[in-house]
Structure formats: C-alpha cells, structure tokens
Design a protein around this ligand. Structure first.
Ligand SMILES: *Cc1c(COP(=O)(O)O)cnc(C)c1O
Length: 390
C-alpha cells in the first residue's frame, strides 16, 4: 500500500508548498538591489507577524544559534543569569550560558511541570545582581507552556533582560512582546513558520541594545550590532542562505495574510482537540497542568514502550512523530500542532493512533478519539460561521 510521508513532529514541520517552490529562485546575488528588496520585505513582514516595534533580525543558523547569539551579545564573563529549566531546551540554556562562563542560577522543575512566575520573582529578589532571565515560552521536549507574561512583567521591574526562546511559542500562544517586557524573543523557520530548517530570528528591545553597549563576551559571526547596521540597508552581514530566505519570505506572506492570531488559534484548537481525543481514548497527557499548543506529549499506556508507537506510525502510515527525549524515551510520544497543520491532519493522526493502540492490545474503540476531534471541529465551524456573520 502507498504510505505518504507526513511530518507530525514539533519541528521540522510540514512545508508550505509555495515556500518550497520559492527556493528555485535562489540564483540571486546578496549584494544586489534584487536581494535588498526581498530582504527588506522579509524583515518588515516578520516584524509585523511578530507584532513588535522592536528591531527584528534574521540569522543564518538553526534556533540554537540565535540562543547562543543572545547570550554572547548581551552578557559579560561572570554575569549572573537565571535559567528556567523545565526540560531539554531549558538545559540547553544552562549549557550555553556555562559554555560562555556565566554564573547560572537554575530554577528547575521536573519534566512535565512548568516553572512558576513566583519562583522567578523570588530568585530575582534574592539575586539583585541578575543580568538576565532565560526561559522557553513552550518547552517542546515535554509539551509545557510557561507564563511568560507574568514572568516578563516581573523581570521588567529589574535591570535584568528577559530572553525568551519562543522557537515553538511563536505561532502557538499569544506573545505581546512590547507590552510584556520580552527583551529578546527567538524564533526558527522550521517550527510555526512552515519553512525548512536553517533560519533563526530574534526581536531585540531598546533595553537589550543598551546592555550590548557594555557586554564583553567574545563574538564574531553572530554580531547583532553589526547585523542591525547591515539590515538597515537591506543586507545581511555574511552570505545568507538565499534559498532558505526565499522560502521563509514566501511563508511569511502567507502567515501575514492568515494573521498571527489565526495561526495561534489554529494550533490551540488542534491541541485542544488532541487532548480531547486522548481523554476519549483513555490516554494520559504528560503535561496535564500547563499544556502548550505547540506539541502534545502523551504517556504511553502502562507496559507499552512509546518507541513502539513511534515505529508503528512510521512503518504502517509513513507518519513521523517524536519519541520522548532523553530520560523520557520510551515513556512518552509527541505530536506537533504548530504551523501548517489542519483538522484533516488531526483526523488522520488520531485514526492512526487508534489503529496502532488496538493492534498493540490496548482497549480502544475505533472512532472514539476521532469522534472527539470531529465534535470540536463542528463546534468551531459553528463559532466561525457566527463570527463571520457578526
Ligand atoms: C526546536 C527548538 C529549539 C532549536 O533547535 P534547533 O535544532 O537549533 O533549531 C530551541 N528551543 C525549542 C523550544 C525548540 O523547540
């Protein structure tokens, strides 16, 4: 039988088809007016989509590169930073900060739980010398979302910078960058932005630019002040990944037309429907208290290895889902909702999951999960009709 490949992970995500085709136009020199036109439009579309008055810059690297750039450009050796660590990406913040000799205070929660904003407030009060607070908007390894609004409002009152890895948060939760005091907000092309991996971007507040005036960590390729100067004339510091930029620019046009609020709502409704399907199938969520909409992390039923579910998805249906990371391997599986996903994708995913669970001997009635998703879809269809009429 035919098995179509479907990418259902929290990144890379399915590509917007026109973004893929746009890459064919990559024979452009980056020091020409043709390029400058494209790059300027891309930067202004990105700024509009992120909904900020802050500067927005693009870097040629995966998301981690922008995380590293925010550390090397904003801090000096020995600076104290607070890391909110609730999973693998929180641990990455600690690793980056330590690699550059920062003094890291870790606010750690077990996998599946979120760091409370009160913990950040307390740590800031106990460490008034703190120069930065680093967090994930959504921790893709466990599926939890952080309350970055409350955290941001607390950090705003101090001299510290609030640096948010929103690589899976952008496009899956509302983020009021300017109003909530989010000094640096980091995104990546391969998550909600429907383009291939390889482009990262970040918004930078005036407070962060001011901190860069005295930040003394070494840096070269990722020099944000230099990048800002170049962006102002429509160019990037170094030869950019032109094919990827063309894809990203095309996807941004689509997201702009759709509207960021609708993209966020799309992910949130899919995530809600996925959670309802899990309840209907008798499956437990891994991040039950603060689930984000980027990805749903689901516990494998007792006695079943989640790796078997991941393999079955791929072998039976060509569907690529994610296992649990690190210590969670074998215990949970993760399904993405961010970016170019729709309800028909979810009907299929849940139907696949039901068939897999049944074949593994887990008691499930075929259709229970799909029915839960359909119920939510029809409620939404009515809601959308009413908003359209209003
Ligand atoms: C994907 C992801 C990253 C970045 O990973 P890269 O592989 O460097 O793009 C960082 N943080 C979170 C929360 C992510 O989901």
């Amino acid at each position: 039988m035919i098995r179509k490949q479907r990418l259902l992970t929290p990144g890379p995500t399915p590509l917007y088809p026109k973004a893929l085709y746009a890459m064919l136009g990559a024979e452009i020199h980056h020091r020409t007016e043709d390029f400058r036109q494209i790059y300027k439009t891309l930067l202004s579309d990105l700024k509009e989509v992120m909904g900020t008055r802050h500067d927005v810059l693009v870097l040629v690297c995966s998301g981690t590169g922008a995380m590293e750039a925010s550390v090397t450009n904003c801090f000096s050796p020995g600076d104290r930073v607070i890391v909110c660590s609730a999973g693998r990406f929180g641990e990455r913040w600690t690793e980056i900060a330590r690699a550059y000799g920062l003094n890291v205070t870790i606010l750690e929660e077990p996998y599946g739980k979120a760091v409370a904003p009160e913990a950040v407030e307390k740590a800031l009060a106990a460490n008034p010398d703190t120069k930065g607070v680093l967090v994930q908007a959504t921790e893709s390894s466990t599926g939890v979302a952080h309350d970055v609004r409350s955290m941001g409002l607390a950090v705003k009152e101090t001299g510290a910078l609030f640096i948010v890895d929103a690589i899976t948060g952008l496009g899956t939760m509302p983020l009021s960058i300017d109003d909530w005091g989010l000094d640096i907000v980091i995104g990546g092309s391969q998550k909600s932005f429907m383009a291939p991996p390889g482009i990262a971007f970040l918004s930078i507040s005036e407070k962060a630019w001011a901190a860069m005036e005295t930040a003394a960590l070494p840096r070269y390729y990722f020099n944000l002040k230099r990048e800002r100067k170049m962006a102002a004339i429509g160019e990037s510091s170094w030869t950019p990944a032109i094919a990827l930029l063309l894809a990203f620019a095309e996807a941004l046009k689509y997201i702009k037309t759709l509207g960021m609020a609708r993209l966020v709502d799309n992910a949130q409704q899919l995530a809600r429907a996925m959670r309802a399907a899990c309840a209907a199938m008798g499956l437990e969520l891994f991040a039950a208290e603060n689930p984000g909409a980027a990805v749903t992390a689901i516990k494998a039923p007792d006695g079943m290895d989640s790796g078997v579910i991941v393999k079955e998805f791929r072998n039976r249906f060509g569907s690529v889902i994610a296992n649990g990371p690190g210590a969670l391997k074998g215990r949970i599986f993760r399904i993405g909702h961010l970016g170019y996903f729709d309800f028909p994708d979810l009907f299929a995913i849940v139907a696949e999951l039901e068939l897999i669970l049944q074949a593994q001997g887990f008691p499930v009635n075929l259709g229970d999960g799909v029915n839960a998703v359909q119920q939510i879809y029809s409620e939404l269809a009515i809601r959308n009709k009413e908003t359209a009429r209003a």
